[in-house]
Design a protein around this ligand. Structure first.
Ligand SMILES: Nc1cc(-c2ccc3ccn(Cc4ccc(CN5CCCC5)cc4)c3c2)n[nH]1
Length: 239
């Protein structure tokens, strides 16, 4: 997968050289390129923002630098991903969809956002996804891109050693996952549930399915409500 990130703070993305994403890059699974938006400014102050039409607090990012930046880094086959508080909620399903893309271009806004015409114009020649990480307001899109990229990259074949872990994790099948435990069997008076030490893999699988259902019902009834009876049957569960 090829990834291009356009930002006025390229240094924000230093963490991309660490851990799994760093390994994905060195192994050739992922090719990430950073671009400073100011590259496409032409005034001595390298201006990227201006006052908002219609008034209002703060500044808006000018369309010209963005237009030239996207002309340079986003071919028509690319998919443009723009974090914004007004976007569609970013979900595991959205991560799975983005993981299928050959080329992702991330536009990191700052100030009060990017002139809307940038996105409208880009949409005339490539798919544009405006995504929100949640109902809170960040200073800009960089942190959101780090989150989106991590969720997407871990789904790429070969990035996670044990692909099985993708099957049973939260939000993969619409439910939260069961609690996890490791040694010691007893710790500060707390025991690991006996079932998990029984070696009976059928009963363990059932216990985990039931725990997932109970946790989801208690913590995220919205996820439960979104599941169809067929989905629940698929996990061999009845309410
Ligand atoms: N899920 C999530 C995503 C973000 C996010 C993503 C990109 C940018 C770029 C700039 N900002 C700061 C920022 C500050 C104030 C407003 C609200 N203003 C009110 C009037 C006009 C706009 C919007 C935007 C971002 C925030 N935040 N949260």
């Amino acid at each position: 997968m090829k990834v291009d990130i356009v930002t006025i703070f390229p240094e924000y993305f230093a963490p991309l050289d660490l851990s799994l994403i760093g390994r994905a890059r060195t192994s050739g699974l992922l090719d990430v390129a950073l671009h400073d938006l100011r590259t496409w400014t032409h005034d001595v102050h390298r201006t990227v923002d201006d006052t908002p039409y219609g008034g209002g607090a703060g500044m808006v990012m000018r369309p010209e630098p963005w237009g030239e930046a996207l002309d340079a880094v986003a071919p028509s086959g690319a998919r443009l991903v723009v974090p914004t508080p007004t976007g569609a909620p970013f979900t595991q399903a959205a991560a799975r969809e983005l993981a299928n893309a050959e080329h992702l271009v991330f536009a990191c806004g700052r100030y009060e956002g990017i002139d809307q015409r940038v996105l409208d114009h880009a949409a005339t020649r490539m798919p544009v996804s405006e995504v929100s990480l949640g109902d809170y307001v960040l200073f800009g899109g960089e942190v959101a891109v780090l989150v989106i990229l991590e969720a997407v990259v871990r789904l790429l074949p070969g990035v996670l050693g044990n692909a099985d872990s993708l099957l049973e994790e939260s939000h993969t099948d619409g439910l939260l996952e069961a609690p996890v435990y490791t040694k010691p069997a007893t710790w500060r008076g707390h025991d690991v549930p006996e079932i998990l030490r029984s070696g009976d893999h059928g009963r363990i699988a059932r216990w985990r399915r039931d725990q997932a259902l109970l946790r989801t019902a208690a913590r995220r009834p919205d996820l439960l409500a979104a599941l169809s009876p067929e989905d629940l049957d698929k996990r061999d569960m009845t309410l």
